[in-house]
Write a protein that binds this ligand. Sequence first.
Ligand SMILES: Cc1cc2nc3c(=O)[nH]c(=O)nc-3n(C[C@H](O)[C@H](O)[C@H](O)COP(=O)(O)OP(=O)(O)OC[C@H]3O[C@@H](n4cnc5c(N)ncnc54)[C@H](O)[C@@H]3O)c2cc1C
Length: 375
Amino acid sequence: PAPSLGKLTLHCLTRPWLLPRMAPGKTLARLLDQSFDDPRLAQLFGRYATYVGGSPYAVPAILSLIWQAEAAGVWVVEGGMHRLATALADIATARGARFHYDTHVTRIEATNGRARAVHLSDGTRIPAETILFNGDPRALATGVLGPDTSTVAQQTRHTDRSLSAEVWAFAATPNGPDLAHHNVFFRADPKPEFDTLARGQYAPDPTLYICAMDRGLPQPPPQLERFEIIANAPPLTQGAPQEPASCQTRTFRTLARFGLTFSPEPNQTALTTPQGFDTLFPASTGSLYGQSPHGMTAAFQRPTARTPIKGLYLAGGGTHPGAGVPMATLSARHAAEAILSDRTSTSPSRRTATPGGMSTPSARAAAARSASSGS
Ligand SMILES: Cc1cc2nc3c(=O)[nH]c(=O)nc-3n(C[C@H](O)[C@H](O)[C@H](O)COP(=O)(O)OP(=O)(O)OC[C@H]3O[C@@H](n4cnc5c(N)ncnc54)[C@H](O)[C@@H]3O)c2cc1C
């Protein structure tokens, strides 16, 4: 729940064989260059760096653990990703939680170092002893949720941000190569694209991930199939805003070169840009994975569940251990454990289940888009 370089060093001192296996000081790209003769295999495995919003040329080699984990099995939520949210909401409601959907939180109130209340955009003040924030922690640090909580996650103000994306979500009939559920259309050489992104620019011919959501199921795909196309993009801290038209040209011209076209070709209402993600996830700079995973110590720099403000906790993709649904869920477990243990240590009476609490909807879900693999 709260890793540190000191703790890792101690751990390794008693298990010295771990050190060379963690390939300290080596980037993922370097490890892959040494591991494969065929550069296409290095390119394929290097793509896993983008699962956490990084470049294979800058993330630590230990991220090769991602494909080890993937090789152990990939999970699909029956009915789509949004079923996870609705299933959690059903369980919470059955236990007395109340959800306030389509409600923007404008401020978290804290006095004398203790969380007091949540303020909504309609002026409502909801008093609370315990507040679990699962937006991007940078929103607290930058004062987007008011001045009381700006001491939280201060490191997010100056650390680099992870990658953003341009995401198309649409229904169409595909023409061209036969698609699987997950497809990646690789450009010839990955390095120039990552170099371009690092400069805050867009490659004219990006690597594209396509999720063909209706493929790989027992029944054949319908005439109009659902698709999600993802291209990596620089976060707003680095990138000049792009015209949606240039994204459309880049994406569909690149796919046409592979012989793939869509009928009808989606229009720009189907596109979410880094600016769009920044609106959906306030103060995120469009970064989909919080802080940058670049560098050997990035994992130790993420905010953890406890904050300097009593009663205020963090969970979600911007918090340790990081982005992605499994890791965001793990961070929620860390937060739940911290809340329960802090209550037990401060409560004079026996712990009981407390009904109430609040949550807000995913604006992305409201926009009827769903996250899927391969980002
Ligand atoms: C295109 C795309 C593809 C992805 N693919 C995958 C994948 O295949 N596998 C995987 O594991 N992960 C994937 N991810 C990542 C995954 O979706 C996130 O890491 C995960 O959803 C993070 O969960 P969370 O609860 O932290 O935040 P979110 O799901 O972002 O939820 C936080 C919510 O809080 C809301 N919010 C923030 N501030 C406020 C406020 N002030 N008031 C009200 N509401 C607020 C936001 O609108 C948002 O709805 C993908 C992400 C994207 C964008």
